[in-house]
Design a protein around this ligand. Structure first.
Ligand code: HAM
Length: 416
């Protein structure tokens, strides 16, 4: 009886070698867009104390209420696999005294995140994000800079059918007044709402705008809008962000119903969607979080950032042919010449050549076939009594001392 085969957990996926090149391209593009703008890379731990997310992301959010992978460690402390990157980056900012550095501190990350969501196209339980955070400056140019950079990243990856929506949430104070009004409106029409929205009126009334339930949508069409409650300063800030985006030639739509699923947002929020994605259309989003540093025990410090899902960016970018790895030299060998063959291989790799050696015990004919399959430019046949080097492009073969093979290949590459 054979043992049952194991599978990757539901909602996770293996990144196979054929997928890896596309991910490398994302990393390269992120670095090329973000580092010249002053963003430096940061990596935080895969798991954190649960409290970081309940305090940072917000106890009433879907993420904290039902999506976190939480466990107890051996010291009976509650730990959580990070569901997002902003709270951990802010924790690191405080823990390492970055508030003493010149502000804003600009950071970027490429990491995996974990949410216990129902898996579907573009929605996974372990997924990857590229993210950027600028902490320590309230200037609207920070918000605009971040939007422009995310747009550039999406453009450089050729993500298709991209649309940008923006909104301003105001401050927690103006939001509290608005929340009261909205709650009153939802209660007055409680009988037409979905069960889910109705049961969460007190907890998170803003989420009702995201509902796809027909009755709820009708009720929301006449709901009070946040923009009518924000302060003059918040309105001015948002107007300036828009003016800067206009100046940068970035098209956007103002969507007064845009709310994002994390509690830390203040003022500007934004989301890029792609028509290529279906139901899970958000490819990346973010916003300002002026209260988060304080919320996590630091001094009052503004911040702004975004994150974009790597799987979603790649889905919406479509397939791009990846160049095959170059094999300059394939070392074929007879059983008695393993050591010499291995020496030639090692020397070739040290010299920076793409080099392979047969490791499957193939016959000479099999080795020739394998070299052709790999598209090797040169094939060295190493035997007990010498070595022959074949130039597969020229179709020529000559006897060469094994110690001279690498120099000969390098020379030939220069001539080609
Ligand atoms: P978020 O909107 O929750 O924001 O996630 C950002 C992006 O991550 C989404 O637009 C989506 O592309 C991707 N994503 C989220 N959940 C999943 C999933 N289950 N499967 C696949 N992709 C997913 C944040 O995480 C904030 N930390 C962004 C931010 C940074 N705000 C300020 N700074």
């Amino acid at each position: 009886m054979s043992a049952a085969k194991l599978q990757a957990p539901r909602g996770t996926q293996d990144v196979l070698p054929e997928d890896a090149a596309a991910r490398t391209a994302v990393e390269r593009a992120a670095r090329a867009v973000l580092e010249p703008a002053g963003y430096r890379r940061i990596e935080t731990p895969t798991f954190e104390q649960t409290e970081l997310f309940s305090r940072g992301v917000g106890a009433s959010t879907d993420i904290v209420q039902k999506e976190m992978f939480t466990f107890r460690d051996q010291g009976d402390r509650s730990m959580t696999l990070r569901p997002e990157g902003t709270a951990p980056v802010v924790r690191a900012y405080l823990e390492h005294g970055m508030h003493k550095e010149p502000q804003p501190v600009r950071l970027w990350y490429l990491s995996s995140f974990f949410r216990q969501e129902k898996p579907q196209k573009g929605r996974f339980r372990q997924f990857w994000q590229v993210g950027a955070e600028a902490i320590g400056a309230a200037d609207p140019a920070v918000d605009a800079e971040l939007v422009v950079l995310l747009r550039e990243l999406l453009e450089s990856l050729e993500v298709r059918q991209v649309q940008l929506r923006i909104n301003s949430l105001g401050t927690p104070e103006s939001r509290a007044v608005y929340r009261e009004e909205l709650t009153r409106h939802l209660r007055a029409h409680g009988d037409r709402l979905s069960d889910d929205v109705r049961s969460r009126i007190e907890l998170n009334p803003l989420r009702a705008f995201d509902s796809d339930h027909a009755g709820t949508q009708e009720v929301m069409a006449s709901a009070p809008l946040l923009q009518d409650f924000v302060s003059d300063e918040d309105r001015d800030h948002f107007a300036e962000v828009r003016a800067l985006l206009d100046a940068a030639g970035v098209p956007y739509e103002i969507d007064p119903t845009l709310v994002r699923g994390l509690d830390y947002y203040t003022r500007t929020i934004f989301e890029f969607t792609s028509g290529e994605l279906g139901a899970q259309s958000a490819v990346g989003g973010g916003g300002r979080y002026d209260g988060l540093v304080e919320q996590l025990g630091g001094p009052a410090t503004p911040g702004c950032g975004w994150a974009a899902g790597i799987e979603r960016m790649l889905l919406a970018a479509g397939a791009r042919p990846e160049p095959e790895p170059v094999v300059d030299l394939f070392v074929a060998w007879e059983p008695e010449a393993r050591r010499t063959a291995f020496e030639v291989l090692t020397e070739a790799r040290r010299a920076g050549l793409g080099a392979q050696m047969d490791l499957a015990g193939r016959s000479r004919k099999g080795q020739v076939k394998q070299a052709a399959r790999l598209g090797a430019r040169y094939v060295a046949f190493v035997g007990a009594d010498g070595c022959a080097l074949q130039d597969t492009e020229a179709g020529e073969q000559e006897d060469v001392d094994p110690a001279a093979v690498v120099a000969r290949v390098i020379n030939g590459r220069h001539l080609a």
